[in-house]
Design a protein around this ligand. Structure first.
Ligand SMILES: *[C@@H]1O[C@H](CO)[C@@H](O)[C@H](O)[C@H]1NC(C)=O
Ligand SMILES: *[C@@H]1O[C@H](CO)[C@@H](O)[C@H](O)[C@H]1NC(C)=O
Ligand SMILES: *[C@@H]1O[C@H](CO)[C@@H](O)[C@H](O)[C@H]1NC(C)=O
Ligand SMILES: *[C@@H]1O[C@H](CO)[C@@H](O)[C@H](O)[C@H]1NC(C)=O
Length: 593
């Protein structure tokens, strides 16, 4: 009644009223994340590339399949799913597709205006801010970070009731984790000392009993890793695949790879072995020496050096530069994993893929992190092993200066809390932490701890509960989530890697070195399996924590400080610094092939 009478008097006001009632808030931040301040209104003609996630119809079924085919004691072990089987499980319901299509069409967006992922569970549209504001009943602003970056974002958005339940999330809206903040996990880099004083020292015994060159204590090479992890006698074959991902305009350099091979893998140098570039979203492969990225060179040199003559792939994923308010860049940036996932899920994929990038878990909205993590599960179901660096901040936020390490939550309460990293915190990837020296001890920067987003997967229950029981009572109460997914799963050496950049040798450190190293050994295990006609290892974790658990060198010395604490200790068995430990390749070989 009241609305009716109002309608006759104030049609315009009622229109607004009706629209507000039609839209329902989908997502809202209590406050802009720490460090961000309002800079001004967003230019209305600024283009945003919105990614719309439709609910996946049957992810729980996909997860069941994944755990069965990844459990070495299950009869379906190794029976990976085809792209078509996976797409069928995650495709959205027809009602969702229809409702969202209708909504988009009502705004003039249809046909080729809409990009669709292989399963149709992600839609992409590129529209001006003015239209996004109308469709999402919101207001975009330019936000400025203390670090100097700008982003076009909003703190809340709404959806009409007709599509509210047919859309899981739309980004970029509330995602403040910037593309630039998606850090490569390089901890340190310095020129290698010209004279290695330990060169002539007597070899030392490693945990596996294999002798290791004394120089390996201060300079890590391919030979060092093969000695240390007991793989000197293994001859890899060409019938194998491995890949590393590149983001942030990090380009791998082919000439540097050749120089590295000359130094450390002469057989690869002799045949000028190189990688295949796969461009994602327009990613490029410039070979201008000064554009060589430390991260990309480290990853390609070690992953491909360990596995030569395996077929090697470098994924170059493009990302838009950050928004510059005075110039107004044409597109905005998003977390790039979704771009990469859409692409690789539709392709024939290498069996092992290493990624040395990550961000603080709390900078990625929960529902977005969940969808990305579900994408990694889909890759696992295809039979791909995914390794990620665990992060370089110990239990902290990666701020190298302990004085300013704040470890403060973004949820509006400003609580102090350990800061786990994502994607390492996703239970469907293998998170790789770091060690240093011989005998190996945990490296202090090794990212570790417990997810605040993902609960502990059952494959970890026994290992993690054992660790938690060993913590002195009340340790770090409130600082971490004891029911969260424990990080990392495994570790490898992570410092003093001898990497070539623009023709010169550098010593590089970070869990950035650990992920491609572990990936390399996984690829070698696949190699042995392929020779026996067995399928690739695929999603590794259920295997690592069960049948393969005896194939690791347990690391029991060291800790990972952060947030003004000493962090966790490396202990007997799994720990939140080095996981299960470092690989003993010969033992793993016996266990998995
Ligand atoms: C390697 O270096 C570390 C740190 O300097 C040292 O504690 C350790 O004894 C060295 N290992 C060997 C075998 O020399
Ligand atoms: C490489 O790129 C940089 C930066 O764009 C440029 O300054 C330099 O001249 C280029 N060098 C070569 C050899 O092309
Ligand atoms: C949290 O910190 C921010 C930035 O320092 C401040 O603006 C805000 O008022 C704080 N909130 C609470 C609840 O203390
Ligand atoms: C780590 O080990 C030290 C020395 O044994 C002990 O004092 C400390 O309480 C331990 N810290 C944790 C978090 O377990």
């Amino acid at each position: 009644m009241w609305a009716n009478s109002l309608l006759s008097l104030l049609p315009l006001a009622v229109f607004a009223f009706a629209r507000d009632r039609d839209h329902k808030v989908k997502e809202q931040l209590v406050a802009p994340p720490r460090g961000w301040t309002l800079h001004g209104p967003a230019p209305l003609d600024h283009l945003v590339k919105l990614r719309i996630a439709l609910p996946q119809s049957n992810f729980p079924a996909l997860e069941d399949h994944l755990y069965q085919i990844s459990d070495p004691s299950h009869e379906r072990y190794g029976q990976h799913l085809s792209n078509e089987q996976i797409e069928e499980l995650v495709a959205p319901c027809p009602e969702s597709v229809d409702a969202v299509n209708e909504w988009l069409a009502s705004h003039g967006i249809e046909g080729d205006d809409v990009g669709r992922s292989p399963a149709g569970d992600w839609l992409t549209i590129k529209i001006p801010v003015s239209l996004a504001e109308e469709m999402l009943d919101t207001k975009y602003h330019v936000w400025k970070h203390i670090g100097g970056e700008y982003l076009v974002r909003t703190t809340s958005y709404s959806l009409p009731k007709t599509v509210f339940d047919h859309v899981e999330l739309i980004q970029p809206t509330t995602i403040f984790g910037t593309f630039r903040k998606l850090k490569s996990t390089i901890h340190s880099i310095s020129k290698t000392p010209t004279e290695d004083t330990s060169q002539n020292a007597a070899p030392v015994a490693s945990a596996t009993g294999v002798t290791v060159d004394a120089s390996c204590n201060s300079t890590i090479t391919i030979t060092c890793l093969k000695q240390l992890y007991n793989a000197v006698d293994f001859t890899p074959s060409a019938d194998n695949t491995i890949a590393v991902t590149g983001y942030l305009e990090q380009f791998a350099n082919r000439a540097d790879l050749q120089t590295f091979f000359e130094d450390q893998v002469p057989a690869a140098a002799a045949v000028h072995s190189t990688y295949t570039l796969i461009s994602v979203n327009g990613g490029t492969d410039p070979q201008n020496g000064s554009l060589a990225g430390v991260e990309a060179n480290l990853d390609t040199q070690f992953a491909f050096g360990l596995t030569f003559p395996a077929a090697s792939t470098f994924y170059s994923t493009a990302g838009s530069p950050p928004f510059i308010p005075d110039i107004g860049t044409p597109t905005d940036s998003n977390e790039p994993y979704t771009e990469w996932l859409d692409f690789v899920l539709s392709q024939k994929t290498p069996s092992v893929i290493s990624t040395s990038y990550g961000d603080d878990e709390q900078t990625v909205p929960l529902n977005f992190a969940q969808r990305v993590c579900q994408g990694f599960a889909q890759l696992g179901a295809k039979g791909v092993s995914l390794t990620f660096s665990s992060g370089d901040g110990g239990v902290g936020d990666g701020d190298p200066d302990p004085a300013t390490q704040e470890c403060i939550t973004n949820d509006g309460t400003n609580s102090t809390r350990f800061i786990p990293g994502f994607p390492a915190s996703c239970p469907f990837v293998t998170a790789v932490g770091g060690t240093v020296f011989i005998p190996e001890i945990a490296v202090p920067f090794s990212g570790g701890g417990f997810s605040n987003y993902f609960s502990r997967p059952s494959y970890q229950d026994a290992a993690v509960e054992g660790f938690l029981k060993g913590l002195p009572k009340g340790t770090y109460a409130g600082l971490f989530n004891p029911n969260g997914r424990g990080i990392p799963d495994v570790a490898t050496q992570s410092d003093f890697f001898k990497v070539f950049i623009e023709g010169e040798a550098f010593s590089v450190g970070g869990t950035s070195a650990s992920s491609p190293t572990f990936a390399g050994f996984v690829a070698l295990l696949n190699d042995a399996r392929f020779k026996k006609g067995l399928p690739a290892l695929g999603f590794l974790n259920p295997l690592l924590y069960s049948r393969a658990v005896g194939g690791f060198n347990d690391i029991t010395v060291g800790n990972n400080p952060g947030c003004g604490t000493e962090g966790f200790n490396a202990t007997k068995g799994w720990d939140a610094v080095t996981g299960l430990g470092t690989p003993n390749f010969a033992k793993l070989l016996d266990l998995v092939s």
